[in-house]
Design a protein around this ligand. Structure first.
Ligand SMILES: *[C@@H]1O[C@H](CO)[C@@H](O)[C@H](O)[C@H]1NC(C)=O
Ligand SMILES: *[C@@H]1O[C@H](CO)[C@@H](O)[C@H](O)[C@H]1NC(C)=O
Ligand SMILES: *[C@@H]1O[C@H](CO)[C@@H](O)[C@H](O)[C@H]1NC(C)=O
Length: 575
């Protein structure tokens, strides 16, 4: 390690003529110089640079579905249509920017959902319009509403039939704070470093690109000032170009580098620090004199490819309270006390590790001595060498800097159903481990879409209706047929820790958790699977429940509902 840049040194490769043009001139020179300096980082040769030109990439709108009934005995069948006439397309109603609401049945869309979610031919569908009232009030974790969630009976539909349009009930009105919209976030203080593989980057199941468009762009195809430095292990030139093109098209300001597959993962992680520190944009040097130019970075952030920042405005705000001119190492513990005992008192990287420039400088200076074979051995806690440990030791052993805890960052070291966390009414600054593979599955890119209407605060904010429903906005709609007779301020223990469950593993992070309502007949919920910003600016959220879901059983093991169901919430645009 630490060798020279091998072979014919290609400083950049690029297919996109826009990007190519960007790099020409001084930029290329600066980058080559930078790469020459950083060759000791073993980040080899190819750098692909992308820029960010605003592109009016409006997300393609989509449609939603419905829900279920056994718990409300009255099951209604909407009037079927027999004259073979097509029902008016719901889509048309949205073209008029007025608050016209359409409660007809788009059977074509319902059939698509049936296939997508693996439903049976007949399922429940409930559509509810929601109007956010933005007021000068603080964010509340849970807000009680006087309205019922279900103003009428739950409808079940046979997708092979047609139905006459229904009448829309009054929209649900929910008071929310006047929090800023995600599109207004300014992340120009931050440079983010992520190391992953091309395979994970390009596989639709693990690709982070959609997620990054949320927290690295203004939602309209332009950067929000946040800079991404991405290293892809052993990617070919063509793969680097593909990645750079994709990020460019998404409006993400990113530089893509190849990292050496011979480096251990833990070392590739640490190598992100000198790579970011030596990046010309860290000092505000920019290749173009427009847009977000000349913005010196204050925070260099290590993140995983499954780290998500759901409240970018608040994130930037919080960091303004710190003194970035001091050496600082900011992050979060694992929620599982076992992991702190096993790995150490340190930042757990998936929640995001924020280094001030002086700390990044120290690590860069000590880099060679921090990644020796001995250090790598010492960073093996029994679970293989850990990048988090390598980083902690590099700081600990060479400086007086100690970790500053920011507990609203979340590592999410938990297994099983994560609902208890997402339904706790919190406003997290980061989320992690949400792409399954042993960890939980969540869709934060979809969860946060509603913030374009009601503001950043309202993601995961809870609304409790008079008929015992709780909407955890963006995550789930849950119904409690025996009433809400538990403390909603306590986290439901729907999840469990890795290997040793001491019962109290999570207590320091969440407080003691209330017991899970799985398989008790006391809770049934629809979980958000997709959300879409529609042409008129309204946001449609599709909450889905399968009748066979193991969680929604009565205590005798019978299913709480025999039918699959969708609840579609449509958040009306603000004017
Ligand atoms: C919406 O449609 C109604 C009825 O067609 C019309 O009167 C109204 O002007 C439209 N509103 C807008 C904003 O286009
Ligand atoms: C749905 O409707 C079709 C056509 O009318 C009918 O053949 C089928 O039996 C119905 N399915 C259910 C589950 O009711
Ligand atoms: C973004 O924030 C930086 C400092 O944090 C500031 O200098 C810059 O003017 C801001 N940009 C915009 C467009 O508000």
């Amino acid at each position: 390690m630490g060798g020279k840049i091998p072979g014919p040194h290609r400083c950049f490769t690029m297919r996109n003529p826009f990007a190519r043009a960007l790099v020409l001139g001084l930029g290329l020179f600066v980058l080559c110089a930078m790469m020459a300096r950083s060759d000791r980082l073993d980040v080899r040769t190819t750098i692909v640079r992308t820029g960010t030109f605003p592109k009016n990439a409006i997300p393609a709108p989509q449609r939603p579905p419905a829900q279920q009934a056994a718990w409300v005995q009255q099951l209604a069948t909407p009037t079927e249509e027999h004259d073979g006439k097509e029902t008016a397309s719901v889509g048309q109603a949205f073209l008029n920017v007025s608050h016209y609401m359409a409660c007809d049945y788009n059977m074509e869309q319902l059939r698509k959902w049936k296939i997508k979610f693996g439903f049976e031919e007949k399922f429940e569908y409930t559509k509810r319009y929601v109007r956010a009232e933005r007021l000068d009030i603080p964010r509340k974790s849970i807000t009680n509403l006087r309205q019922n969630f279900l103003p009428e009976r739950v409808k079940s539909l046979n997708v092979s039939k047609k139905y006459k349009p229904g009448v829309c009930p009054e929209p649900l009105t929910v008071p929310v704070s006047r929090s800023p919209f995600p599109s207004m976030a300014n992340l120009s203080d931050f440079m983010f470093g992520v190391s992953t593989t091309y395979k994970r980057f390009s596989d639709p199941r693990t690709s982070p690109v959609n997620d990054w468009t949320f927290w690295l762009t203004n939602g309209k195809g332009a950067s929000n000032g946040g800079k991404l430095v991405l290293t892809l292990t052993d990617a070919s030139d063509e793969e680097l170009e593909n990645a750079a093109d994709e990020l460019f098209d998404a409006g993400i300001d990113a530089d893509v580098f190849r990292s050496d597959a011979n480096m251990l993962m833990a070392v590739r992680y640490l190598a992100l620090v000198p790579l970011m520190y030596n990046h010309p944009e860290r000092e505000g040097k920019r290749m173009r004199g427009q847009g977000w130019s000349k913005m010196r970075k204050k925070w260099l952030v290590l993140a995983d490819d499954d780290t998500f920042f759901p409240a970018p405005h608040e994130l930037a705000q919080r960091f303004r309270a710190y003194n970035e001119e001091q050496p600082m190492y900011v992050g979060t513990f694992s929620e599982d006390v076992n992991n702190i005992a096993r790995h150490g008192s340190q930042a757990f990287g998936g929640g995001g590790v924020f280094l001030s420039v002086p700390t990044a400088q120290q690590i860069t200076e000590d880099y060679d001595s921090c990644k020796t074979d001995d250090k790598v051995r010492e960073a093996n806690s029994g679970w293989g060498p850990q990048g988090d440990i390598l980083l902690r030791k590099c700081i600990d052993e060479n400086s007086e800097t100690k970790l500053t805890l920011l507990n609203d960052l979340w590592q999410l070291d938990m297994y099983g159903d994560p609902s208890g966390f997402y339904e706790s009414g919190i406003k997290p600054l980061s989320l992690h481990h949400y792409r399954g593979g042993g960890w939980h599955v969540a869709h934060p890119w979809h969860y946060t879409k509603v913030a374009s209407i009601c503001g950043e605060d309202c993601t995961l904010q809870r609304f409790q209706t008079a008929d015992d429903f709780i909407i955890s906005n963006g995550f789930s709609v849950a119904y409690y047929p025996e009433g809400i007779d538990f403390d909603v301020n306590q986290v439901e223990r729907t999840f469990h820790p890795a290997p040793e469950d001491k019962e109290w593993n999570f207590d320091f992070a969440f407080g003691p958790q209330r017991q899970s309502l799985h398989e008790s007949g006391r809770k049934i919920s629809w979980d958000l699977q997709e959300a879409n910003i529609q042409e008129d600016g309204s946001v449609s959220q599709i909450y889905v429940r399968k009748h066979s879901d193991w969680r929604w059983k009565n205590s005798d093991g019978s299913e709480m509902s025999e039918m699959d169901g969708i609840i579609e919430l449509v958040w009306l645009p603000m004017h």
